[in-house]
Design a protein around this ligand. Structure first.
Ligand code: NAP
Length: 262
């Protein structure tokens, strides 16, 4: 190894350790009784987030389309220690449901501390064939519904000094072939919520925005689509979920999970 490489290695280690030491510490007690709305919580990372919030003793509202599965997730949340767990079945491809879900959570919880936006519509790994409707549909679910829910919830998050947590992807940072519709929705999220975060700072708002950039996670849906194309390691959904929750609770601007996605 050349001396320049050694200096670089040492510098990187120092920067990494400095970042570790200066990152805010997470107090699990801060989530006891917290009022949380998690979207896309019938499976994958959203489901795991619901369980973690439950273990921390939070009050959770979960949503997705499949009512039977949501019922089971709610039951498990209650058995894990959630102060409250309720669900609302909703379809984020409709105009009305994003607002309806926020209103339901506000009514059930009497306010909101965390809005965790995580759901995604169906995506495929293939070259774009000119289908504009699919892009529109995915934009509606993966992007417009996020913006709509954020707009509805922001005044209430202002009242509690709450947090907005947006689950995004490396696909929203790096152009990737064969996932153009999905990747566009994630770039849009990063653009919108990155700008909004600046505006909230300019307005001296007490609401934090955390944008969580994830690499490959071992959820059933991701594995189903990706496994025939790559054997790169997938990271555990439960661990990704915990990291997202900690990022929101400590009001950090960004999460990169696993760390090397940064
Ligand atoms: N897994 C990965 O490798 C990976 C990598 C990077 C980023 N991410 C991000 O992590 C988040 C979660 O991913 P995941 O792998 O956990 O996904 P997932 O298991 O496929 O879960 C998606 C969730 O969204 C819900 N959903 C789908 N269509 C909906 C609609 N029209 N209206 C309302 N809810 C709908 C699904 O429930 P219903 O079917 O019951 O509606 C489900 O609960 C996403 O934002 C994704 O982009 C994941």
């Amino acid at each position: 190894m050349t001396s320049l490489a050694k200096v670089l290695m040492v510098s990187l280690c120092v920067i990494y350790l400095a970042l570790q030491w200066t990152s805010p510490t997470f107090d699990p007690e801060s989530l006891r009784g917290a009022r949380v709305l998690v979207t896309g919580a019938s499976s994958g990372i959203g489901e795991q987030m619901a369980y973690h919030y439950a273990r921390f003793g939070a009050q959770v509202v979960i949503t997705a389309r499949r009512e039977k599965v949501l019922q089971q997730v709610v039951e498990k949340c209650l058995s894990l220690g959630a102060q409250k767990a309720v669900y609302i079945a909703a379809d984020m491809s409709t105009d009305a449901d994003p607002d309806r879900v926020v209103d339901f959570a506000l009514e059930e919880l009497g306010g909101l501390d965390y809005l965790v936006l995580n759901h995604i519509g169906p995506s495929y790994i293939r070259m774009w064939d000119g289908d504009h409707e699919q892009v529109q549909q995915l934009m509606k679910i993966n992007f417009h519904s996020y913006v709509q829910m954020a707009g509805r919830a922001l005044p209430f998050l202002e009242r509690t000094g709450g947090a907005l947590v947006v689950v995004s992807s490396v696909g929203g940072r790096v152009n990737t072939p064969c996932v153009a519709p999905y990747t566009s929705t994630k770039f849009a999220l990063n653009g919108f919520f990155g700008s909004l975060r600046h505006e909230l700072v300019m307005k001296r708002s007490n609401v934090s925005i955390s944008i969580c950039t994830l690499g490959l996670i071992d959820t059933a849906s991701a594995m189903k689509h990706v496994r025939e194309f790559t054997d790169m390691p997938a990271y555990p959904a439960a661990d990704a979920a915990l990291n997202i929750i900690i990022t929101g609770a400590t009001r950090q601007r960004e999460l990169f999970y696993p760390w090397f996605t940064q």
